[in-house]
Write a protein that binds this ligand. Structure first.
Ligand SMILES: [Zn+2]
Ligand SMILES: [Zn+2]
Length: 469
């Protein structure tokens, strides 16, 4: 559970203060339970439901920015900066959006076949194939007043960038933070429109391609810039320097000053705060195990603890009944009850689940959507055949739950949408929201066999070992 690794990293991480001893804790994007390296206390991170705001602290100073600008000017064969340079240090806001991108591509594959016999010509045989992929999608978009020279997005970075919660005390005195001009709703609709464009330009060979964005989640990230301006070198010069890498990003020689200030009133954007609390049972205060999981049963008071915003959605824990001797690992699955008005539709869609009104989604993280999709269908069909018992304690055999009930609900939407493209139909309707009637958690034993895990009750459900990290 260490927070440091030897491998080089890129992307973003968040630094917060340990409530136990005050030292810095580094949070990876999917870190929600972690141990402090200094005082060994265990904490959990609660993300707010409204977007949270972060700040990337500037790593360079005026001197370095100036040096960087001079190097840039030298390369361009221009005179170096003189006196009269005015420095602006600013934090510029960007919306950072994390989502899941669903892509369906229809492709035609052609193969040239030589037929036997000297009088026959080569024949081209074609067959079509539908490829569906699901991948994480992250993007950043400028959220502040347009400012000539400031990039429209933070862009791909190779550095591992530290973010801290955006709070007045984290903004250095000499820096100004720009107000947020676009609301999350504006960005969301622009983004969805953009995704539509991706699918339009990527022409399909047959039928139509589909691109959908599932559950975009937003946060606001303030990025540091050092801007130097002067009128001394025969006109206006503005140099925009990246406050993290120190690179000169833009050299602006003319600014349409009119357009800079005529903007409507900035909307009031509300941000949530990320909180760090002791990882303890909320009922009796006993420490919970220091492992990443959304679900625990307190060893002291046997209270069921689910770490999510609407924790009351999870009613009960069940496990498939196994013999005393069986010590195989128990894999967790979310069991989502389909609302009554959709049962018939989904049973028809998924064929094999005709006896069930539940969809069974793996509750362990996986990168392979296709394998996860197949396992969901197999488990949903198999679950009515398993004898289940209620659980009141979890031991080491029970694997941690690394998919939240919200993520499981989102995956269900994607899986239903994906199933719409199976069989004869090549086009599905619009993705529909899925609101489960209730959510339960079911553990089923699996054992390893070669490259697979095989369920230990019926010996028929398999999934690739690589699916469970
Ligand atoms: Zn500590
Ligand atoms: Zn307790």
């Amino acid at each position: 559970m260490a927070t440091t690794t030897a491998t080089p990293k890129s992307g973003f991480y968040v630094e917060v203060t340990c409530p136990g001893c005050g030292s810095a804790l580094n949070l990876e994007s999917d870190f929600f339970v972690l141990r402090c390296d200094h005082c060994s206390s265990v904490h959990r991170v609660i993300l707010p439901e409204v977007p949270s705001a972060f700040l990337i602290p500037a790593g360079i100073e005026r001197r370095e920015a100036r040096f960087s600008i001079d190097r840039y000017l030298k390369q361009q064969g221009l005179p170096l900066t003189g006196s009269g340079m005015h420095l602006k240090q600013l934090y510029y806001p960007y919306w950072k959006v994390d989502a899941i991108l669903f892509r369906l591509r229809n492709k035609v594959y052609e193969k040239v076949v030589m037929e036997e016999g000297e009088y026959n010509d080569a024949v081209t045989v074609s067959h079509d194939r539908t490829e569906i992929s699901l991948s994480p999608y992250t993007t950043t978009r400028a959220a502040g007043v347009p400012f000539e020279g400031i990039p429209a997005s933070i862009g791909m970075r190779t550095e591992y960038i530290k973010m801290v919660p955006f709070a007045r005390e984290n903004v250095q005195e000499e820096f100004d933070s720009f107000p947020v001009l676009s609301s999350w709703e504006d960005v969301r609709s622009a983004l969805l429109m953009n995704v539509g464009v991706i699918s339009d330009i990527d022409l399909s060979d047959i039928g139509s391609n589909v691109t959908e964005l599932f559950h975009p989640k937003a946060s606001l990230v303030y990025f540091p810039y050092l801007v130097m301006e002067s009128y001394s070198q025969g006109g206006f010069n503005r140099y925009v320097v990246d406050g993290v890498s120190g690179r000169v990003l833009d050299h602006v020689t003319a600014v349409d000053s009119e357009s800079q200030f005529e903007y409507p009133e900035a909307p009031t954007v509300e941000f949530g705060a990320l909180t760090v609390e002791h990882h303890r049972c909320p009922t009796c205060g006993v420490d919970l195990p220091a492992r990443q999981s959304y679900v625990y049963i307190c060893r002291n008071c046997h209270e069921l603890i689910v770490l999510c915003h609407n924790r009351e959605v999870v009613s009960e824990l069940h496990a498939a009944v196994v013999s005393e001797k069986n010590q195989d690992p128990m894999f967790p699955f979310w069991s989502l009850r389909v609302p009554e008005d959709r049962v018939a539709q989904l049973q028809k869609m998924f064929g094999g689940i005709h006896r069930s009104d539940r969809l069974i989604i793996p509750a362990f993280k996986s990168q392979n959507f296709d394998a996860l999709f197949r396992l969901t269908k197999r488990m949903s069909a198999a679950i009515p055949q398993l004898e289940l018992e209620s659980l009141d304690k979890l031991d080491d055999r029970f694997l941690p739950v690394t998919v939240s009930p919200d993520e499981a609900t989102m995956m269900t939407e994607v899986i239903i949408y994906r199933q719409g493209f199976s069989g004869e139909r090549k086009t599905a309707s619009e993705p529909a929201a899925f609101v489960p009637e209730d959510i339960g958690l079911v553990y089923v034993p699996f054992h390893p066999e070669h490259y697979f895990y095989v369920d230990s009750i019926m010996n028929v459900i398999t999934f690739e070992k690589s699916l469970a990290r």
